[in-house]
Write a protein that binds this ligand. Structure first.
Ligand code: BV8
Length: 248
């Protein structure tokens, strides 16, 4: 990992009053969750999320889609947040404001202790009724084709599918945080999925310094003042150590 970019990132954070961290699947990769576009394992090799994580795919074959979510929920039960998640949680007390906006649906930021988390695409550990307002939180196995105990309609994963609107409150809060921040951290996202990918540009337009933490260049790299070309599990603690060397 290039020491220079780590030091530069620490400098920006040291001077920041407000920080927005935007995370994607690369944040969870080192906890063992496959990303969407990197080398895939298991079911990911055979499917394109944009084609199956949709209301149409659920209407067409709910049992097949539930098989995918049942597998992903079972995987979630086996994994832990890593040092990068813990570092972001700890940074909430290091700056006046740190808002964490995540595209991830795995809940790892909460488990790591982050308090101010905006989840743009929902959560895998939430399941809700397609008809009434029943919902259940947890990762227990609900079977192959779960139905609502209240109204008997089919249950669905509590995530936002492609083609579905994001939770309006979440998206507005994320845009405001991006526009308000002095530093935007873009961590582990390819910048493909909209409107989440627009946050980095919004932050840049409003004068923020943008730091990308990603081993690979992405669609958002052009906005970055600093690119830390490393995995976030190693990069975030390294930036933290450099920041501490600058004094609290
Ligand atoms: C919507 C939940 C209104 C489900 C997900 C323009 C404006 C608005 C919408 C659109 C638009 N253009 C197109 C659209 C439609 C669509 C879209 O963006 N399509 C894409 C494919 C072009 N967007 C939507 O439908 C959104 N809805 O806007 O509503 C609307 C509606 C209809 C029409 C128009 C507008 C809803 C999108 C939400 C989809 N749901 N998840 C589930 O999980 O089952 S998206 C899912 O995929 C994730 O949540 C995440 O958002 C995305 C994956 O992206 P990344 O997180 O970036 O992951 P990726 O694998 O791509 O990249 C990983 C990165 O990590 C890589 O760069 C890699 O190098 C890096 N990495 C790897 N290891 C590490 C690492 N980095 C650091 N450390 C490491 N160790």
């Amino acid at each position: 990992m290039e020491e220079k970019t780590v030091e530069q990132a620490a400098e920006f954070l040291h001077r920041a009053g407000s920080v927005c961290a935007s995370t994607g699947a690369g944040m969870s990769a080192e906890s063992g969750i496959p990303t969407f576009r990197d080398e895939q394992t298991g079911l990911w090799t055979k499917v394109k999320p944009e084609e199956i994580a949709t209301p149409e795919a659920f209407a067409r074959d709910p049992v097949k889609l539930w098989e995918w979510y049942r597998w992903r929920r079972s995987e979630l039960a086996k994994i832990e947040p890593h040092a990068g998640h813990l570092t972001l949680a700890e940074w909430e007390s290091r700056v006046a404001e740190l808002v964490l906006v995540t595209q991830n649906v795995d809940g790892l930021h909460h488990r790591a202790g982050s308090q101010k988390v905006i989840e743009l695409h929902g959560r895998l550990d939430v399941v809700r009724c397609t008809s009434c307002d029943y919902q259940i939180v947890g990762l227990e196995d609900l079977g192959a084709d779960p139905h609502c105990p209240e109204c008997e309609a089919r249950l669905r994963p509590g995530v936002v599918w492609f083609g579905e609107m994001l939770p309006p409150g979440a998206l507005n809060a994320a845009i405001e945080a991006a526009q308000r921040c002095d530093v935007m951290l873009v961590i582990g996202t390819s910048g493909v999925v909209q409107p989440a990918a627009s946050l980095a540009g919004a932050a840049k337009t409003y004068g923020a310094a943008v730091i990308e933490v990603n081993p690979n260049p992405t669609a958002l790299s052009g906005y970055a003042d600093v690119c830390v070309r490393s995995g976030c599990r190693e990069a975030l603690p390294a930036i933290d150590a450099a920041w501490r060397r600058l004094g609290s």
